[in-house]
Design a protein. Structure first.
Length: 201
């Protein structure tokens, strides 16, 4: 399915590396880009370049940000009593979209998955334990996908945090088993946050 242009083929190959994008879809994207004004395409390329060059990771929670601290961590209106632990920033964005949580976050950067060689030391767990130890959190919410990896991570963290003095809760199972938070509709995810329960371990 190669074209008559190496430049086009390279662009197709680059776009086909995105999750869920095959070569046929990537080719349609390339054709679309070829039809757009040059300035628009260059603006898009610049935005993608800035993702790697200029994007910061919040030194407090691990969220993506334009500066050292993200807007959530900088917001004085956010409660410092509730900490919501999520896998990555897409889950944070999904929870924020519900408007049901006014605390702060901690992003692990993944889930414990021994089958894939991912253990606790590969994630942002040590900074989380430090934050909870040094903070005055009344509640730590474990908001993970309803999967084996999510349950494994939840169990591990609950054991590590049980002597912290904070309530350890998890979101209710309005989220179907095997479902991912970022794809849940806002109403369901919002109810799961509101109806969170004490984590039993």
């Amino acid at each position: 399915m190669d074209s008559s242009s190496r430049i086009v083929d390279d662009a197709v190959q680059a776009l086909a590396s995105f999750p869920g994008v095959g070569r046929r879809t990537a080719l349609r994207m390339v054709i679309h880009l070829l039809r757009r004004p040059e300035g628009e395409v260059l603006q898009m390329a610049e935005a993608l370049e800035r993702l790697k060059k200029d994007l910061c990771i919040c030194r407090e929670c691990g969220n993506v940000s334009d500066q050292e601290l993200c807007p959530i961590c900088l917001n004085p209106a956010r409660s410092r009593k509730e900490l919501c632990v999520v896998e990555d920033f897409s889950d944070l964005m999904a929870i924020e979209a519900t408007g049901q949580f006014r605390g702060i976050y901690h992003i692990l950067g993944g889930l414990i998955a021994p089958v894939n060689g991912i253990g606790p030391d590969d994630l942002n767990i040590a900074p989380l334990l430090r934050r909870v130890q040094e903070g005055a959190f009344e509640e730590v919410i474990l908001a993970f996908n309803a999967t084996a990896e999510g349950d494994t991570t939840m169990f591990y963290l609950a054991r590590k945090l049980r002597d912290s003095g904070a309530r350890i809760t998890n979101i209710s199972r309005g989220i179907n088993v095997g479902a991912e938070l970022e794809y849940a509709d806002e109403a369901t995810l919002g109810r799961s946050i509101l109806n969170r329960t004490e984590y039993a371990y």
